[in-house]
Design a protein around this ligand. Structure first.
Ligand code: G3H
Ligand code: 13P
Ligand code: ZN
Length: 285
């Protein structure tokens, strides 16, 4: 069943667990995610980045996820990941997305508030949930010093102001994770998660969660993270399965034979994440 992002994340917030938000670009990823969710009894969020929408088209992404959700017994939300463009956000809303992210985190606080408020007003009028971001979640390729790293983390005062002045539904915070593969081990600022959770008492989102050790993920969830974004680990599983299959079957040419094992490999990774996040068995009817 298709539900809003807010329904999923409020439940996670009230029951102290996190829901996986997995990036999708094609049918096999959607199927891997929905099967993992069904087999573990997990609520789930499927999200498309602007790159995914450019690759697959908003109508295809929407139809794939809605088809999966309608057939599934678990709650599913369809979310726009890192939206930055007003028109594209409206297009997603018109195509049945039940949640959108407005990422105005590159702007100074006042600009972030103004942009997030504009999106929140329009999305809420359409019954669609809103995630916003404050602080800077880098790429792992960004070469920054420890001092610079701290300066990019979410300021709890600014986070509170953004929430109070916009009415957003969930907040992505910068606490030491980064998008893409990590070179070393990411060091999360757990105290900062606790402080922000106590101040805001609302669903919090962790981006760049691929490659974060299980222990850190569990600690982050205990301290109040309710949505965990995973893309790179699924890409890696897909990539490895395809390469392994072709190495072992150099004459293969049927796309179903080549991509089928990758769908299974992605599903296994996703089930592991769902267990780690504590969403297993949390699906409601
Ligand atoms: O946060 C970024 C996601 O991993 C999406 O990446 O823009 O390459 O689709 P993408
Ligand atoms: P990873 O690719 O590092 O898992 O990050 C995903 C993400 O944050 C999508 O918004
Ligand atoms: Zn992200």
């Amino acid at each position: 069943m298709l539900v809003t992002g807010k329904q999923i994340l409020d439940h996670a917030h009230e029951n102290n667990y996190a829901v996986g938000a997995f990036n999708v670009n094609n049918m096999e990823q959607v199927q891997a995610i929905i099967e993992a969710a069904e087999e573990t009894g997990s609520p789930v969020i499927m999200q498309a980045s602007q790159g995914a929408l450019k690759y697959a088209g908003v109508e295809y992404v929407s139809a794939l996820v809605k088809t999966a959700a309608e057939k599934a017994s678990v709650p599913v939300a369809l979310h726009l990941d890192h939206g930055t463009d007003f028109k594209q956000i409206v297009l997603c809303i018109r195509n049945g997305f039940t949640s959108v992210m407005i990422d105005a985190s590159k702007m100074p606080l006042e600009g972030n508030i103004e942009t997030t408020k504009k999106i929140t007003d329009i999305a809420h009028a359409a019954g669609v949930s809103v995630e916003a971001e404050i602080g800077k979640i880098g790429g792992t390729e960004d070469d920054i010093t420890v001092d610079e790293r701290d300066a990019t983390f979410t300021d709890p005062d600014e986070a509170e102001k953004l929430v109070n002045e916009t009415g957003l539904d969930s907040l992505a915070i910068a606490v030491g994770t980064a998008h893409g593969p990590y070179k070393g081990e990411p060091k999360l600022d757990f105290e900062r998660i606790t402080t922000i959770k106590e101040r805001l008492n609302m669903p919090l989102v962790l981006h760049g969660s691929s490659g974060v050790p299980e222990e850190s993920i569990k600690k982050a969830v205990e301290r109040g993270i309710n949505k965990i974004n995973i893309d790179t680990d699924i890409r890696m599983a897909f990539n490895k399965a395809i390469r392994d299959f072709l190495d072992n079957n150099p004459d293969a040419y049927d796309p179903r034979k080549i991509v089928g094992p990758a769908r299974e490999a992605m599903k296994e990774i996703i089930k592991g994440k769902m267990t780690m996040f504590g969403s297993t068995g949390k699906a409601w009817k």
